[in-house]
Design a protein around this ligand. Structure first.
Ligand code: A3P
Ligand code: MG
Length: 421
């Protein structure tokens, strides 16, 4: 069966799910995804072949036409807490890294190149933190998180990063980058943690210098727009350190999927009367728009990513700095997230919010169907490449396992939030 032609997003029976018991590592000890080969198709369900049991052999189509139905229920996200990561990437269970939005001039002339050579501390992207910061936050806040009746399990179906959900929302429209997600079921909650694809690792390790510079520009813009306290002003003479982060933790529901996720927030409105997440502001940079073609591309590609990222945690506005080719911000504009669908309405071949949300909803249902074994050392590795269906394989005690022992032990015990590393 050609699953890209199928009218049903779920399909079964002919695509085998693969089972791995041990994964090969390369010489540096990394999981090498490209070396993975199935060892035994039938190992985890002895006595039944995938053909006999469609629930063990499913794929999911990402064709956008399959997801054009009514917008699914997405509850207003509620902030349940926040945490901060300092200049050394240390976790703090508080909002110490919160920054405050400062309204700029209409034509600000910010020089985004300033400080790249001498005032830039870049986070080490080869260090994979997985869900560790969120797990730390969960342990520190267990008492205030609602537990399921008569158990110490969390009352959430999914725990993940906002960024992973953003990738899911944009999948039906993505033509270039695939993804790999590790999923573990533990005490009835599915934890979703991204695994870097081989292609993404190659790109990161071979990033050209111009690309490094442009990444810096985005962070430098944040520095020009933010103050460290509600009454302060931005200090553009300081160091840009991308280890520092303020993260919100929100809970919400997408149809019957109860979600807990965290995402980095750039800054908040100074007005203390507006509660989070409505007070939050997402900052972005983009090339200035000079032609109709550039405007159309901005609507079709940039606004999709911006909308998905901010809609998820209920961040109501994106403030964008438009830069010229030399890296000077020539204008600043505000994009209310609620108005984005109007902005793109007349754009031919454009993306639709309902497709993004329905695909994500069906994807989460798909995970609930495949990730059935409740075991912190089992990983369902779910992968997707453009033009293909979503597929998965199962890994036991492998290098893909990502729930740390300190979390599993603390959650397994009946102890309170004092029991953490
Ligand atoms: P822009 O937002 O202006 O592109 P975020 O906007 O998500 O808060 O991220 C801040 C900056 O980090 C981005 O600025 C960009 O410079 C850099 N950045 C974030 N995600 C990136 C990615 N996937 N690839 C390259 N740079 C990225
Ligand atoms: Mg930003």
């Amino acid at each position: 069966m050609d699953h890209h032609r199928s009218r049903r997003p779920f399909s079964g029976s002919h695509h085998r799910q693969s089972v791995y018991t041990r994964d090969r590592n390369d010489r540096k000890g990394r999981c090498d995804n490209s070396l993975l080969r199935p060892r035994n198709h039938h190992q985890w369900q002895s006595g039944s072949t995938p053909e006999q049991n469609p629930l063990t052999s499913q794929t999911l189509s990402t064709r956008k036409e399959l997801y054009e139905r009514d917008f699914p229920l997405y509850k207003q996200p509620v902030e349940v807490g926040c945490f901060s990561l300092d200049a050394q990437r240390r976790f703090f269970n508080d909002g110490r890294q919160m920054r405050y939005y400062v309204e700029p001039d209409k034509n600000p002339n910010f020089d985004l190149r300033d400080g790249y050579e001498d005032r830039y501390v870049k986070r080490d992207e080869s260090v994979k933190e997985k869900l560790d910061h969120i797990l730390r936050w969960i342990l520190a806040n267990r008492l205030k998180l609602k537990s399921k009746a008569s158990s110490h399990a969390l009352d959430f179906d999914f725990v993940t990063w906002r960024g992973h959900l953003t990738k899911l929302l944009t999948t039906p429209y993505e033509t270039r980058d695939g993804w790999l997600l590790a999923v573990t079921k533990f005490k009835d909650t599915l934890y979703i943690s991204e695994v870097e694809t081989e292609a993404a690792r190659r790109d990161r390790e071979n990033r050209p210098e111009w690309n490094h510079k442009m990444m810096y520009w985005g962070y430098k813009f944040e520095q020009y727009m933010c103050a460290d306290n509600a009454h302060g002003l931005p200090d553009s003479s300081g160091v840009v350190n991308t280890n520092e982060a303020f993260c919100t933790v929100v809970q919400t529901r997408l149809t019957d999927h109860k979600l807990l996720f965290s995402g980095e927030v750039d800054c908040r409105d100074k007005d203390p009367s507006v509660p989070p997440p409505a007070c939050y502001v997402e900052l972005k940079t983009s090339a200035e728009i000079c032609t109709p073609k550039q405007r159309s591309n901005f609507h079709r590609f940039k606004l999709l990513k911006w909308w998905a990222q901010s809609f998820l945690p209920g961040v109501p506005r994106v403030v964008a700095g438009f830069r010229d080719r030399d890296g000077t911000v020539v204008s600043v504009d505000t994009f209310p997230i609620a108005k984005v669908s109007q902005l793109i309405k007349n754009e031919p071949n454009c993306w639709k919010p309902t497709v993004c949300m329905n695909f994500t909803c069906d994807f989460l249902s798909f995970l609930k169907r495949i990730a059935t074994e409740d075991n912190p050392s089992v990983v369902y590795l779910v992968s997707w490449e453009p033009l293909k269906d979503v597929t998965y394989s199962v890994h036991r005690d492998s290098c893909f396992s990502f729930l740390p022992l300190w979390y599993v032990e603390a959650m397994g015990s009946c102890q309170d939030s004092h029991h953490q590393p």
